[in-house]
Design a protein around this ligand. Sequence first.
Ligand code: ATP
Ligand code: MG
Length: 288
Amino acid sequence: MDISKYKIDHNSDLKLSGIKTDQTGQFDSKEDAEKKLVENVQRMTEIQSKLYAQDKYAVLIIFQAMDTAGKDGAIKHVMSGLNPQGTHVHSFKQPSVEELDHDYLWRATKNLPERGLIGIFNRSYYEDVLVVRVHDLIKNQQIPDEFITENIWKDRFRQIRDYERYLFENGIVTIKFFLHISKETQKERLLDRIDDKAKNWKFSAADLTERQYWDDYQRYYQDAINETSTKQAPWYVIPADKKWFARLMISEVIVKTMESLNLEYPTISKQQEEVLKGCKQKLMESKS
Ligand code: ATP
Ligand code: MG
């Protein structure tokens, strides 16, 4: 599968409206895609165990999307086979008083995966160039006035690029997904949440309010993705009208990225081998 089709280059002049949300690649059926997803999850499990054993790299996977795009389901399905001890999911909500008392990257840093682990951000510091921009919340962020200029978003994009580069150079590999749905699909899914009793709990009236800002969100997502997709931390725009296709592509990108790290189990030195042999000998000779 060709993941490069969904990868965005830095300053590539991406137009979100030009990316069809209902693509399914070479897959005609959900069944074929689900089979491949199972294979990918298996592969991810193998690589995860090497990641853990090697204890040098960490993988940070960021999910951003409009409401109902399927972040939660994607996280659940794609991560289903992984060792729960090796993964950590953090959801970014409206910042708390304590969080607002810090710079906007503070809460991200606090929740970064440690070496050997896979960390998942359900939303992220990208909210600070998305919802904050849509609703002009910057004045709530306690930043000194002199830094709130017309360049603030450009400045933040640079800060984010620098931050992600710093992470990369310290062994934290960042993969960023934007789950791309159409406005029509969102309408269908919201209606479904109202009509289906079992899904009522997922419906939030606030999602309807945010929906009114659809065009602003699309514009600012486009800007953020263009500005912060880099070699060290690329963005993938995943067509997500068909959830099964989105889940498969996400798993494919994660597998390919982790494979590119060429992880291997640590080997031991001759000296350590001798120590192991000695221990074995002792165990064999012991009475019980
Ligand atoms: P779901 O609705 O599926 O449970 P969700 O990610 O939408 O998942 P919510 O609790 O509904 O979770 O929403 C979290 C809200 O917090 C979002 O509307 C998001 O935009 C908002 N948010 C996140 N970070 C910030 C921020 N830095 N400033 C303001 N709002 C933020
Ligand atoms: Mg929500």
